[in-house]
Structures are given as C-alpha cells and as structure tokens.
Design a protein around this ligand. Structure first.
Ligand code: ADP
Ligand code: ZN
Ligand code: ZN
Length: 797
C-alpha cells in the first residue's frame, strides 16, 4: 500500500505529492486527510495524506515508509482536500500552504504525539482497557500496537480519539464514575475480608448508589485511592466515563435567550428571497444602510437553515466586531454557536474547531479563516461587511474569503449572503450584471432617521487661527453632549499617523537600519520598534546625526488626541481603543463593555471602532481627519474613505436619540466625502466606476501584483526586469504590464523590493504564464536567494 503525501517543505522546488510505503500496522487506519510524519532527505517532516493507491510509479526499493501516523481520524475531509487543490491553482500557492490554512494552528505545530480518548472507556475491548483505566491518554508507541482494535472502537463510536495539543497544560477532562444504582448488585460484589480499602469504598458506594461523581472526589470522600476505585469498577461497582470540557472562552451563563424580532416589510422581502433560495448556490448581495437590520435577517435565515438540519457560517471582518455580534448570536442560538477569532488562544481555537468538526455546534461565527469551518452539511454562508479588505489574506495562501465561500456554496449547493452598507465595487458591479441577486434595505429598522452629517472645512479653521485638531463646531458639540450625558465617538484614522522620534534641530527621524521606514515610538517601553522587521532600539539621548539634545517624541495620533481632550474638556471620561490599548486578550471586549455600560463619555479610536458598534446613547460622532485614507497611494483610496465615513457615521443615533456626525477635512469637496454625507451609495458607485474605467482598475480590469525581493539591489532589479520581459513575451497584447518599480517601502529586512502590475480584462494565458513563472523561479531564482510573490486581486495596489 502506497500513500501520497504532501510534505511540509514549502521551499522545495517541486510542489506535488510524494509516494510513501504504508507500513502494515498503519494500514487499517490510514485515510486521506490524516497527518503523518515522513522522512524527507535527512529530516522527518509533517505531511498530509492526500490519497492511497496500490502501486507507485517509483521503484519500490526507492520508497521510504511513513514514520508515524499523527491522527487517528482525518483532520481534513474530502471537501477540504478538493478545496485545497482549487486554492493552490487559484492563488498560486503551495499545496501545503492551502492545507495548513484550513486547520487550527495547534495542529500545525509539532506537538507531543499523544491522543486523548473520550467516551465509554469501560466498554472498550479488553486489550485496550489497561491503557485507559487510569489515564485517557494513548501514547503514540502504544497506539501503533493497538491500531486495529482502535479502529473498531472508533467506527462503533464508543470512543473518540483526538491529537492531544495540551502539551504541559492538561486538556480539561473529567473522569466521571457512575456508581451502580442497584444495591443488590453492589452487595453481590465479592470482596476479600482483608481488603480494607475496598470494603471502605464499598460502604461509601452503597450510601451513594446511582450517583455520578468525579473519580478524584470519590477517592477523597471515601478516603481511598485510585487503585481501589479501579479495582471495584473492574468488579462491576460502576462505570467510568471520561468527558472532556472545552476551554470555552465565554460562558453562556449570563446570556438570556432572545426571540426573533418581527421583520419590517423591507426585511421580510429580503428574507423571503434568501429563504426561497435555500438549497441552491445562489449569491445575494444584501445592500442595506447601517442599522437597517441586516443582522436580524442573518439570524432569521440561519434559524431556517438549522431547522433544515444544516449548518451556517457567519463571517465578520475583525475581532472587534465579534463581541457584540457573538452576543447576538448566542442570545439567539445558545450553545449551538462556535466562535473563531484571533483573540482566542491556540487551545481555545482548537476546541471551537473540534466542536464544529464533531457536529456539536451548528453555527460558526468568526473572522476570515472561519470560512474553513469543517461543517459537513453547510446550508448557508454569510459575509458581513463584505467590502472589508481583511477578508483577503496578505500572505500565502493569498485567498479571499469571498471566493472560498462561493466555492463551498457550489460544493454544498447552499446560498451565500454578502452584506454591506457600502458594497465593494466588484460585488456591486456583479449584482448590476445579475451574477448576484441584489437585495436592498433603504431605511433603518427602527425607522430612525440617518444621522445628520456636517462637513467641516479645516482650511477655514486654519484661516481663522484655530490650530487645534478640533474645529470650533465640533468642540462646541462635544461640550453640549457632555452636558446632556450623551455619548460621543471620536474617530482618528490611524494610517498616516504613527508615533516617531525626531531631532528638532536637524530633522533626523529615527529610521530602521534594515528597512526604508521610520521606527515607531512606544511610549510604554520607552523604545523604538520597526513594524516591518521587528528591529528594536533605545531612544537616543542625543541625535546621532548632529549631536543635539532636542529629541522630540510624537505620540500616536490617538494618544495626542487623548491629551488634547483632557485639556479642552476637563472632567470628560475617555476610553481609548487602538493597537496599544487592545494588545491584551479580551481588551476589545472590556473597553466596549465599559463604554456600553456608560462608564465613559467619549470613545476614541482608530478604524477598530468604525464598525459594528451598536449603542443607543451615542449621539455624536466626530471624524477628526477624513483625509488620511483619501491620499493613500492606492486605487481604492476613495472607496475606502467613503466606506469608512459611512460606517463611522452609522454609529450615531441608532436608537431613540437622533445623531449628528462631524466630518473634518482639508478637502471637503471630494466626492468620497460629499457623497458619504447622505450615505449616497449609488452616485458614489457611478462616479467611482468612471474613475476606475479611466484608470484601468477593477472591476473593469483584473489586477495581479508581483513582487520580487533580493538582498542585492541590482539582482532584485534584474530579476524584476527579466520577469517583465518574460510577461510581455507571453501575455496577450491587450494586457498591460506596469513596472517594474521599487515598492512603496523599497527595503525591508535588508532586502530590496521591486514590483510589477499586470492589468487585464481577459487573459486566457494568465494561469499558464504565472505557473511557468513559478517554475522558472523555483528552477533558477530560489537558488540565487530571490523571492517571488504573486498576488491576484490584491487588496491594495
Ligand atoms: P445592521 O446589521 O444592518 O447594521 P442591525 O441588524 O444591527 O442592523 O439592526 C439595527 C438595530 O435595529 C438593532 O438594534 C436591531 O436590534 C434593531 N432591529 C433590527 N431589525 C428590527 C426589527 N425588525 N424590529 C425592531 N428592531 C429591529
Ligand atoms: Zn539632529
Ligand atoms: Zn525594519
């Protein structure tokens, strides 16, 4: 028997399965989707079995045997293996990257090889019993001997066996003893007169007949030992059940169930359209203004799906969105919900993933990678805020969650809902063409008016001598709301503002010696750090260039604003939410909860607070500078600005109290700003599409970004030049190739970076050409120390 294995050696020039002999002892168990350890050159590496066969094209004597089986049940099912094949072609990644991204990180690392067994252990086949009486663990070397027997038990469902990722920290498990309930039976058990411990335990058991008690407690309360308990259980005094409790990140204890709301007419129409499409692979674009009740539609559609006995995946862009969203899901679906997001520890993620894999939950709520939730009866996939760039992964595999969702929707014949108040141009264009069905919600669910948006011309403020970051109008409004005890959200776009160190005499900025970027100043640790390569340095006492002692620190934008708030509005209670204040686990949630409970007057933050917040008492939103995203060197700059302004504005006046939004800008006449004022999506779409067509960008053209790096500047440039020539020779004349040019940050980690851009409408030769490029890279350039990365449909260019 031969197994085809994809090995975890991403730098290997050949990306294909390798054949390995399956040793006799693994044969009963081995299946595609299991992880194995195999010899590869001088090393032993992790691999995934993708298939088995009886013969290899290779000479039998050249084949090496599989060293170890890492799983007793496959971690990847048939669907996932197919999905990986597709991803590899679609995103031009290594197959191993595609496989790895689908399993929780805990299973990717090299954990101790041990299996945790759960189930009716006392009903196990005799030879297996001794292994589990005391500890429900099975060491790898023991497992080898017992595979055949184990297989039978696993198939029968008496036990489950999963790879132990607990390492030193024990998986939380409970050994529960259920004492025989019939006194008659207990009395019939023979115990030798001199076995005093056993007699003692028997007395206890008789007085607790029929009850279930944790083994450790049983020992403690009866004053006996594990040996004694085991001995009596062997004689039939009770049964042992090992259960595993999950490291559940949130408890359901305080969550009250909430009934569905009765839908508005608009919601009803949208809901009915999706409901009628269940069981088909239709894609919907749900375009609804902020607060129009999209989430309620998601909840009710999922409820339908669950009633059909199927499962649902609900994707949200970022962790900060998850607390409130998760709460709404748990209120509706209780413990049928698993939550997968980046704020969980590796162990917690693994637990949530297993609950999905075992079919113990029916709904998965999570960020990008939750799109791989290992359900087997998927009935619906939802991407909320579908326009968010966080749905695209920036490194290999460079997949977009939307594309994966559409693939799975075809596999399972289930619909996809893409929801947004500001759909991506790509999706809206597809809806216009009829590829997606457009569903529109024009009014807010509780009929609240959209907030009044006022655009403040900051140039005017300057002319009037106001140098503060708060315009007179906004400052006035803040004072008024503070007096009324209503809540305020202040938004500062983090990009364009980062903290740095500057010499006031010569203007030298602390720069990373390895990258062409300034170092970021961290006040908490009094040091400077490079966000690209991780380089750290102490803040110098004197300027290394001119010797001046006048070193100045610029705090992060939000820190600066916080200080100014304290000056302008003494007594205002402010909560700051940015990368610095949310580093700790659970910090997002704590800040949001505190704000929701009215423990602060002002919530100040970066993009993190732009979305998802749903608090009734927020009546004022201030955008301190609308311009920062607008001037990014990115063809999506206007789109992102429009989205951001719309999202932020949507935080105000969501309940009874009406809201006002102040948008401060130095370019108040820009269409992305003026059209966001009334959440005018359609005119924005029309205007922006014109710009895109003129400049040849998506959705009119597709874009592929190719990046080259090398530690030598000339070599990097040479490689880029050669590639561009190669592309010109191989792609159609209608395809545009721009570059090569130095990347925005031209050097990172002492490596020089060049890039080029392919723009095309229809390019039948694209896939083959890119694959050929990868082959050339692997054959020639890897050896010379170059890297190549190909990003189809990049989120920014
Ligand atoms: P969106 O997801 O479009 O931003 P939400 O679903 O969060 O909108 O709804 C906004 C607010 O309106 C929430 O407080 C929600 O509870 C409420 N809401 C939604 N649908 C209804 C409804 N049919 N009746 C009453 N309130 C609703
Ligand atoms: Zn200086
Ligand atoms: Zn650096």
């Amino acid at each position: 028997m031969i197994a085809e294995v994809i090995v975890d050696v991403a730098a290997h020039p050949i990306d294909r399965p390798f054949d390995y002999v399956v040793p006799e002892r693994f044969r009963p168990l081995i299946e595609p989707g299991m992880r194995v350890k195999v010899p590869f050159g001088p090393r032993k590496v992790l691999g995934f079995v993708t298939g088995t066969k009886s013969e290899s094209d290779m000479q039998q004597s050249k084949l090496k045997p599989i060293h170890e089986l890492m799983d007793l049940v496959p971690v990847l099912n048939k669907e996932m293996l197919q999905l990986a094949d597709w991803m590899k072609d679609e995103t031009l990644c290594f197959e191993i990257d595609a496989l790895q991204v689908m399993i929780p990180s805990a299973l990717r690392a090299k954990y101790e090889k041990r299996f945790v067994l759960t189930g009716e252990l006392t009903e196990l086949a005799e030879p297996l019993q001794p292994y589990f009486q005391r500890k429900p663990f099975l060491r790898a070397q023991d497992a080898v001997e017992l595979f055949g027997l184990l297989k039978t038990e696993l198939d029968k469902g008496t036990i489950t066996a999963e790879t132990d990722i607990s390492q030193k920290t024990e998986v939380k498990k409970a050994r529960m003893v259920t004492i025989e309930s019939s006194l008659e039976k207990l009395e019939a058990i023979e115990i030798r007169a001199n076995a005093r411990q056993q007699l003692k335990l028997m007395e206890f058991m008789k007085s607790h007949a029929g009850s279930t008690i944790e083994s450790a407690d049983l020992q403690k309360q009866s004053g006996t030992t594990l040996q004694t308990v085991t001995a009596l259980l062997d004689k039939g005094a009770g049964t042992l059940q090992v259960t595993e409790t999950y490291r559940s990140p949130e408890s359901l204890a305080d969550i009250k169930e909430k009934a569905p709301l009765s839908l508005t007419l608009e919601q009803q129409t949208a809901f009915a359209a999706v409901r009628d499409a269940l069981g088909t692979s239709k894609t919907f674009l749900l375009h609804g203004v902020t607060g129009s009740g999209k989430t309620e539609i998601y909840l009710q559609t999922i409820d339908r799906v669950l009633k059909e006995g199927e499962e649902a995946v609900m994707l949200v862009p970022e962790i900060s969105l998850t607390p409130q969203m998760t709460l709404r899901f748990k209120e509706r679906f209780g413990d049928q919900v698993a939550v997968l997001h980046s704020g969980l520890s590796a162990g917690e993620k693994y637990d949530e993933w297993r609950r999905i894999q075992r079919g113990e939950v029916k709904v998965a709520v999570g960020a990008r990678s939750a799109v791989f939730a290992p359900f087997r009866n998927l009935g619906l996939i939802i991407l909320d805020e579908e326009h968010e760039s966080s749905y695209k992964q920036d490194d290999a595999p460079r997949y977009h969650a939307r594309d994966v969702a559409l693939w799975r929707s075809r596999y399972y014949n289930c619909p996809v809902i893409l929801g947004s108040a500001t759909p991506s141009l790509e999706s809206y264009a597809r809806a216009q063409k009829g590829v997606y069905e457009l569903l529109t919600l024009e009014s807010r669910a509780k009929n609240q008016p959209l907030p009044e948006v006022r655009i403040v011309d900051m140039r005017e403020e300057l002319r009037n001598g106001n140098r503060s970051m708060f315009s007179v109008e906004l400052a006035e409004a803040i004072r008024e709301k503070l007096e009324k005890k209503e809540q305020i959200v202040l938004f500062l776009n983090k990009r364009g503002y980062s903290s740095f160190v500057l010499c006031r005499d010569c203007g030298t900025v602390g720069e990373c010696p390895h990258c062409d970027i300034s170092l970021t100043y961290h006040r908490s640790k009094e040091h400077m750090k490079c966000h690209y390569c991780g380089f750290e340095a102490q803040v110098p006492d004197i300027c290394p260039e001119c010797g001046s002692e006048h070193i100045r620190f610029f705090g992060t934008g939000t820190q600066k604003v916080e200080e100014e708030i304290a000056k302008l509005f003494p007594g205002a209670r402010t909560l700051r939410m940015d990368v610095d204040t949310t580093r700790q686990k659970g910090a997002h949630e704590r800040i949001l909860t505190a704000f929701g409970e009215g423990k602060a007057d002002i919530l100040l933050g970066t993009q993190m607070i732009a979305k998802g917040l749903d608090f009734p008492n927020i009546t004022l939103v201030g955008v301190l500078s609308a311009d920062t995203t607008l001037h990014l060197p990115d063809f999506r700059a206007s789109e992102k600005t429009f989205q951001l302004l719309t999202q932020v504005s949507g935080r105000a006046g969501r309940d009874v109290l009406p809201g006002t939004v102040y948008v401060q800008s130095y370019t108040p006449e820009h269409y992305a700003i003026t059209l966001a004022k009334n959440q005018n999506y359609e005119p924005f779409y029309t205007q922006e599409m014109t710009t895109r067509r003129q400049n040849g960008y998506p959705p009119y053209f597709y874009v592929v970004n190719i990046q080259f790096t090398h530690e030598d500047l000339m070599t990097a440039g040479d490689y880029a030049d050669q590639t561009v020539r190669f592309l010109q020779n191989n792609l159609s004349p209608g395809t545009v190739i721009i570059g090569p040019s130095a990347s925005l940050v031209a050097r990172v980690n002492d490596r020089y970076r060049y890039q080029c851009l392919i723009k095309y409408k229809k390019e039948p030769r694209l896939t083959e050409t890119l694959h050929q490029l990868i082959r050339i890279h692997r054959a020639e350039w890897i050896k010379r120390g170059a890297t190549l990365s190909i990003d189809k449909n990049p989120s920014t260019v």
